[in-house]
Write a protein that binds this ligand. Structure first.
Ligand SMILES: *Cc1c(COP(=O)(O)O)cnc(C)c1O
Length: 377
């Protein structure tokens, strides 16, 4: 067998979409001549309209990042006491609850899609439960119908962490139209970004009005302050960049689709590697390409594969390991015990995100797959 070469340069998990610098300059000239750099200026207002249009959302607010957006959403939905969420997510999900004085309650996930297992949510409901915070992890929609049914039965609010799900649709409906509110992260590592940024979509205009106030210190006017707000404003420079990046999203999604297809074709026959389950009738956005490695069948553990790939200059990521329920700040919660989370615990040991962006060479994907399959024992 021929020796597999390592990549000359490190292959990282992704590359951000970067608009043409000349176009950035043209837009920034407008910002400079306006002398308004922030405080809901014309770029931020225009971007709010454009993102609303892209996401087909009637009530949308932009924020300086997704985490502050999640925290504002907790206030808008008046979440308190306990909120049921998933441990298989980024730290920002449970942390946003904790920052608002809310106890995260971890519910196990579905083995196929790795989203919250809706059939286990009801077991966690107590008289302190006020809401559910599910995550459309890797852009895969949660079981939105079943979650809605539970929320209605128990009068709970539903706040979706849609950080990964920009542009996803289910049965022709935009992902942000489910639940009471959804949060999209517009961070540079996400499929659509404003360098740092976030967006909330709401079920009605009163919620948006309140979110707009809360992101601006709770000010109603110069003289009247309604409630303790925060500073969550998106500035004009980032909004300008965001306007240009938005025009690149559709082709990025299509280019990623082709690259994911390539990965899948290369890897589908390899025993011990499986993919994340798909949901019927979904317009996907391909934010990550994730495989699950069964150490028994592949002959090597995910951690070994992760380390071996580094030797070839391939930097995969173990999203999401460790589980949030294993963080020091949450591990003593009753719901954080591994016995409560067998599916999430197993998944966290098996998942590996491989490098993906829309401009990746197909030959590089083939080479990563050759390296990967050569590791099988
Ligand atoms: C990125 C991410 C966030 C946080 O978004 P920021 O914009 O980086 O603050 C929240 N939840 C999940 C699941 C994420 O991946």
């Amino acid at each position: 067998m021929k020796e597999l070469k390592s990549f000359d340069k490190p292959v990282l998990i992704t590359k951000p979409l970067l608009p043409d610098l000349n176009e950035v300059r043209l837009l920034l000239e407008n910002v400079w001549s306006s002398n308004q750099l922030t405080n809901n200026g014309s770029m931020a207002q225009l971007l709010e309209q454009e993102v609303s249009r892209y996401l087909n959302a009637s009530h949308l607010s932009l924020f300086s990042n997704g985490t502050i957006a999640l925290q504002v959403a907790c206030k808008v939905l008046r979440l308190s006491g306990e909120v049921i969420t998933t441990p298989f997510t980024f730290a920002a999900t449970p942390h946003s609850l904790a920052w608002c004085g809310i106890k995260p309650v971890f519910c196990d996930i579905d083995d196929d899609t790795l989203t919250i297992d809706a059939s286990k949510i009801e077991n966690h409901i107590t008289d302190r439960t006020t809401g559910i915070l599910p995550v459309h992890v890797y852009g895969t929609p949660c079981n939105v119908q079943e979650i809605q049914r539970i929320a209605e039965k128990y009068h709970l609010q539903v706040l979706y962490d849609a950080a990964h799900a920009f542009g996803v649709e289910v049965g022709g409906k935009p992902i942000g139209s489910f639940g009471d509110a959804s949060m999209f992260s517009l961070h540079a590592t996400k499929i659509y970004h404003t360098i740092e940024g976030g967006a909330l979509t709401f079920a009605n205009k009163h919620m948006k009005e309140r979110a707009d106030r809360l992101r601006n210190f709770g000010l109603l006017s110069e003289e009247s302050v309604m409630e303790p707000g925060t500073n969550g404003k998106l500035n004009e420079v980032q909004a300008a960049v965001g306007l240009l990046v938005l025009k690149m999203v559709d082709s990025e999604i299509e280019n990623r689709r082709l690259r994911v297809e390539r990965y899948v074709n290369n890897l589908k026959e390899t025993d011990g590697i499986r993919f994340i389950g798909k949901v019927e009738g979904v317009r996907q956005n391909y934010p990550y390409f994730v495989i699950r490695i069964s150490s028994q069948r592949f002959g090597r553990s995910r951690n070994e594969v992760y380390e071996e790939l580094k030797k070839f200059n391939v930097f995969a990521r173990r999203y999401f390991y460790p589980l949030c329920s294993n963080f020091k700040c949450y591990k003593d919660l009753p719901s954080a015990q591994p016995e409560n989370l067998p599916v999430a615990t197993a998944a966290a040991e098996e998942v590996l995100s491989l490098p993906l962006h829309g401009r990746m060479d197909m030959a590089d994907i083939d080479h990563i797959c050759d390296i990967l399959t050569s590791l099988k024992k």
